[in-house]
Design a protein. Sequence first.
Length: 177
Amino acid sequence: MKKIFLAAFLFLAVFLGFNISGASANMPINACAMSKTKKTRNMKRFFRMHSLNFRFNFYIFHPGPFWVYKNAKVLKLTPVQVLQEKMIAKEMMNDTKQGIKTLKKAILAYRTAAMRKNPSIKKLIGRTKAVGEAETYLGYIMIPSHIKAYRLLDTSQRITYLKLAKIKAAKMRKMIH
């Protein structure tokens, strides 16, 4: 009886805490059949759901290399800086893609273990921890890239960056409310 109660409790804790049901809706059935745009949209949606609200907790105050690159003219980036921002952005995207793959695999492994008729508590706990670690990874993987993107700027570019970021943050806050 205790084992059944513990297994049910763990299942509910994981289900509610990690939003496993939301993850299944965004896991592509046939990735090869999807267009690149749709894959990117799904990846962004999945990231938003599983990145500890990165957009409003960090990005809103520290836009990253894609944003810096997009504002290259206003920031008056040098050609070398543009290249460096592109490299940081590409690295960040590759890390994020890998993190998403890892999280999806962890969710699938958890789901598979949880569906067993007589699941191993030890395995379920291990799978739950793997989901948590993978989701936490998505919550912090972009932070170094965003900070590196900012640190590439000189003093006058940083002043412009902070002004633009403040405007962006105000717009995003309006979206929240």
